[in-house]
Design a protein around this ligand. Structure first.
Ligand SMILES: *Cc1c(COP(=O)(O)O)cnc(C)c1O
Length: 412
């Protein structure tokens, strides 16, 4: 890559390029933060408007049947299932990622009543660790978390005391990818249950939950799936487990027949068992509409472009921003990296603020990470080129040292 024209040529050859037109991204914005909050598509606004004006305002309660509200957790689940290698009936969309994790992890440890250890990583996303801590305490049987500090420690950590292995497939900070089939097999060989968090995987790279024989998985609706702020999350349960495992948030939507209004709980024998209460219909229709774009693209095409975008970014940063103290914090090996690239820098926070001020939106992750997400549905090769030029300029001129870039908001 020698100049911007090369990037423009890559965009001209890119078969996914027209998909960007579906997104309402303002002119001049370089959005490399779809792994925190995916942008909005025009069809989502239309669908939510229809739900408000027709389904809710006019048809009111009839819409539970006539507009398919009641089935949304399944119909939206089926769309996500096709992106993560799951059967259409094995994914439900409900609650938040954190709450779904509580449910599946509780189900997992209940399957191994004689074991007391939950294995995870210290570098896992905090909510995953917090939920596991809370569950361990609530279970009241002396469960403990065993946290590893690198993937190499994983094999040694999974022994006969382990009830569940709970890992995030793509690390939220570094983008490092676990070998899902291999880790799942190790967990099963040790007699443990495998729980995967797909927050940074669904819509980012091919995933084959069924092929890996995963037991449970959860994931996020508002990152690469573009479902909108606080979009409901998904939960996968292997079909071989659905009729038997129980989860503790046994609300009426998880009942075998919610509208029989029975005084005691009798769990559904399907993925419905992992629902709890009334689903958030407005958020579900937004996610439902956001997912239609995936009919027009395969995960293989997504991955191919994602790899090219990430490799271009690394090459340009390393050749153009040398001597400024940036070091690659993501795996260099493409096969071990998700759809994001991170660089570490002692002044990562003000540097990211300076980038954002120029319309290049990535994010800062404590303590020293500049994180850039590359969502192939709408990120262009020219965006990658321009983002690196802004970064180079900010570093060369030391623009980031300005006082205004030091101020931290509540959400970073
Ligand atoms: C984003 C993310 C979550 C988000 O959980 P919420 O309940 O939606 O706040 C959970 N786990 C991981 C690994 C994430 O990256």
């Amino acid at each position: 890559m020698t100049d911007r024209n090369d990037a423009l040529n890559l965009d001209r050859e890119d078969k996914l390029a027209p998909l960007r037109d579906e997104f309402r991204l303002r002119e001049g914005l370089i959005y490399l933060d779809g792994n925190s909050l995916g942008p909005m598509q025009a069809c989502v606004a239309q669908r939510v408007q229809q739900c408000l004006e027709k389904e809710w305002a006019q048809d009111l309660i009839a819409s539970w049947n006539t507009a398919g509200w009641y089935r949304l957790p399944q119909t939206v689940g089926a769309k996500i299932a096709s992106l993560v290698g799951a059967g259409a009936d094995d994914v439900a969309v409900t609650d938040s990622t954190s709450v779904n994790l509580f449910k599946v992890l509780a189900a997992a440890i209940s399957m191994c009543p004689d074991r007391r250890v939950i294995v995870s990583e210290r570098s896992n996303f905090p909510t995953d660790l917090y939920i596991a801590e809370g569950l361990a305490e609530f279970a009241g049987k002396g469960h403990e978390l065993r946290l590893i500090d690198s993937t190499d420690e994983l094999a040694g950590a999974i022994d006969a005391d382990v009830a569940a292995v709970m890992l995030t497939h793509v690390n939220y900070r570094t983008g490092e990818v676990h070998d899902m089939p291999d880790v799942t097999r190790r967990a099963h060989e040790a007699g443990a249950v495998m729980v995967w968090d797909l927050a940074h995987s669904a819509g980012a790279l091919p995933v084959d939950l069924a092929g890996a024989d995963a037991d449970f998985a959860i994931g996020c609706g508002y990152k690469y799936l573009n479902g909108g702020p606080g979009a409901p999350a998904f939960v996968y349960v292997a079909p071989r487990l659905q009729a038997d495992v129980s989860q503790p948030l046994s609300g009426w939507f998880g009942h075998r027949a919610p509208f029989e209004m029975k005084p005691s709980f009798e769990a559904a024998t399907t993925i419905h068992r992992f629902l709890t209460g009334t689903p958030p219909v407005l958020s579900l229709v937004a996610l439902d509409a956001a997912l239609d774009i995936w009919d027009r693209v395969s995960m293989e095409e997504i991955r191919e472009k994602s790899v090219k975008l990430c490799e271009l970014f690394i090459e340009l940063v390393e050749t153009r921003c040398g001597g400024h103290g940036l070091s690659l914090a993501s795996p260099r090996d493409t096969a071990r990296r998700g759809s994001q690239v991170c660089f570490a820098h002692a002044d990562a926070f003000p540097i990211m603020q300076a980038l954002i001020a120029r319309g290049v939106v990535g994010d800062f992750r404590a303590p020293d990470i500049l994180r850039f997400g590359f969502a192939p549905l709408y990120v262009r090769f020219a965006d990658v080129y321009d983002a690196v030029e802004h970064l180079r300029d900010i570093l060369d001129t030391q623009e980031w040292r300005q006082e205004r870039f030091m101020v931290k908001g509540a959400v970073t």
